[in-house]
Design a protein around this ligand. Structure first.
Ligand code: GCB
Length: 604
């Protein structure tokens, strides 16, 4: 069976566009959320393209959007091949003549989109938003939107993977333990799909950078707009008893404006203060477009061995996580997002990494509001550097960096960009690959440190230019199994060696042990709650003693679904300190005692 993605090459590639500002409704803008139950059909024979399903197809069954398909239908758990979605909607009154965009929050992995039979384009890669100009294809009254989704694993994709066809099955594209990563390769439309309208002459982007000078906050904003006649751009910041505004006249497509906030209330984990930035475009005194955005005034710097927020050293305590929810798979479940923040707060965490792909914009909004510090990671997990396909993988990684920075650049919660998780970077070519991505990230956002998470015993060569060192460590689990004390000793030596080599702050971005909930032993044995609790406590003790360790992220907040293989009981990675249905294991209680005590000491 030919891999589905290849079949799309015959289509005219109009291409999707990078999505930045999250759509909003106000006096000049409107949003139509298309989430709900869509028509759906699997296409294991990949017949839909030739049969013209882009113009509409005979539905097989309903499916929830957003959500993965894998846990909605019992026969499709492992199916990653082509599938088709369609929905109908009525164009809201008053939208004709406007600039109308169709925006997808995340489709995993490859999306091809048709509106009223017209092929709008494609997007490769899950977890990041993309959009299309929909206006030329919309009709008054009913409209038909069709999306073909395909999520097979292949070495030239990122993340890469390999799935040998299985002729015994009606669904020949199967998941396989030979993925390059340890989480379930869920497929589908994972985040909301919206249609939004703005005036034709509109604000297209805002880029906010903040600085602190004593008690004064400086907020530099770049405003981008569609090409158009001269206009006045007005920016105001409101909140915490202050209101400041500036105006400039705008002949081209960008304006740069600086706003000053005397006696600023900075954003920090303890006080996640947000101001409302309101941008307006007007002509002849009449406002024709507006957009508002929460802004937190804060700085992030790396100095010597420390990571500083607002000039003060910070120690990250928290988790690597997954977007992984029963039934919804990787689909957005707003109450689960709220619950996970509540659990992290309860345990005393102040941060997390978006392992191993960017999380939903909705979840990131809450991090800004709740004061969590986020290491924001691209979807580049399990990269390898064989020459074949390397150029394509680099091109995709560049695209992911551009899309991620465009999406999250204004978020105070995001304090670090992570380029990748556990690349096989001892291979030739890896260092240059990452040097290029590092340079691209810095050129797009010079304000945040850039790193990647590495598993190597010896630290990674890319750490020569990364701003800090992120290490995933499993001594006492994958190495020294069952030997906790030996594991702690190796951890200590290993971290000292990495620090001695690079003289940069170190964050241990993963450490942990699988524990079957309800499984106990004394003395602690592997896979029991006691072993997990002892291992995590021992690591935390070592990490707290090292002045150059700027962060500790337990792997994982919750148990999560992964590929079926011998070491994964029930197809689950059980390293969560909470179960997949969010019940605490012993380790969660231990961490809670430890981190809350440390937090009290730090803030005393
Ligand atoms: C790692 C990976 C993570 C795995 C974890 C494990 O190093 O970064 O994706 O889930 O180990 O549990 O094996």
């Amino acid at each position: 069976m030919q891999r589905g993605g290849g079949c799309l090459s015959g289509l005219q590639r109009t291409g999707s566009q990078i999505a930045s500002l999250y759509p909003c409704s106000n006096a000049s803008r409107q949003v139509l959320n298309l989430s709900g139950f869509w028509d759906f059909r699997f296409d294991p024979g990949d017949a839909g393209l030739d049969a013209g399903w882009g113009a509409g197809f005979a539905p097989q069954r309903p499916i929830a959007v957003p959500a993965s398909w894998n846990e909605q239908f019992e026969e499709a758990l492992d199916y990653l091949g082509p599938a088709w979605y369609q929905t109908r909607f009525i164009l809201p009154w008053g939208w004709s003549g406007k600039r109308v965009r169709l925006r997808f929050g995340s489709v995993n992995y490859l999306a091809a989109v048709w509106l009223n039979g017209a092929h709008l384009g494609e997007h490769e890669g899950g977890h990041l938003p993309f959009e299309f100009d929909a206006a030329p294809y919309l009709r008054a009254g009913e409209n038909l939107l069709v999306v073909r989704v395909e999520g097979e694993l292949a070495p030239d994709r990122v993340p890469p993977g390999r799935i040998p066809p299985d002729p015994r099955d009606d669904f020949p594209h199967r998941n396989h333990p030979d993925t390059s990563f340890d989480f379930f390769p869920f497929c589908g439309i994972h985040r909301p799909v919206v249609l939004y309208a703005t005036p034709r002459d509109a604000i297209t982007d805002l880029t906010v950078r903040t600085e602190l000078e004593g008690t004064t906050g400086l907020v530099r904003v770049r405003l981008d707009r569609t090409p158009g006649d001269g206009a006045t751009a007005r920016l105001s910041l409101k909140g915490h008893g202050a209101e400041v505004a500036e105006e400039v006249s705008l002949s081209g497509e960008t304006a740069e404006i600086e706003l000053t906030l005397p006696d600023v209330a900075p954003w920090s984990p303890e006080a996640p203060n947000l101001y409302e930035l309101a941008a307006e475009l007007s002509r002849g005194g009449e406002v024709f477009d507006r957009y508002s955005l929460p802004v937190g005034v804060r700085t992030v710097t790396v100095e010597g061995d420390a990571l500083l927020i607002n000039g003060e050293p910070v120690k990250l305590r928290g988790f690597g996580r997954h977007e992984d929810f029963p039934v919804a798979g990787r689909g957005l479940v707003p109450p689960a997002v709220v619950k996970d923040y509540a659990l992290m707060r309860w345990v005393g965490a102040n941060s997390f990494r978006t392992s191993h792909y960017p999380y939903s914009e909705e979840a990131m909004d809450l991090a800004d509001r709740l004061g969590f510090l986020v290491i924001d990671e691209t979807p580049a997990v399990g990269l390898f550097f064989a020459e074949e396909g390397l150029g394509r993988r680099l091109q995709l990684c560049r695209q992911y960096v551009r899309e991620l920075v465009a999406r999250d650049k204004n978020r105070p919660a995001v304090i670090l960009w992570s380029l990748a998780n556990e690349p096989h970077s001892k291979r030739p070519g890896a260092k240059e690959f990452f040097r290029e991505l590092y340079g691209l990230t810095k050129s797009l956002d010079p304000t945040r440190p850039v790193t990647l998470a590495s598993m190597h015993e010896e630290a990674d060569e890319a750490f020569e230019f990364c701003d800090l060192i992120c290490l995933n460590r499993y001594f006492g689990w994958y190495t020294e199994p069952g030997m906790l004390e030996e594991g702690f000793a190796r951890l200590s030596e290993d971290l000292d060696a990495a620090h001695a080599r690079y003289h940069k702050p170190v964050i241990v971005t993963e450490f942990g042990a699988d524990a079957l909930p309800g499984c106990h032993s004394h003395p602690p044995e592997m896979f029991t709650e006691e072993y997990q609790a002892e291992m995590i406590s021992g690591y935390v003790r070592v990490l707290e003693e090292k002045p150059y360790v700027a962060g500790q992220h337990v792997w994982n907040l919750c148990d999560f679904k992964t590929a079926q293989e011998a070491r994964r009981v029930g197809g689950m990675n059980l390293k969560g300190v909470f179960t997949r249905d969010r019940r605490p294991k012993l380790a969660a209680h231990r961490l809670r005692q430890f981190w809350n005590a440390r937090h009290d000491e730090d803030t005393r």
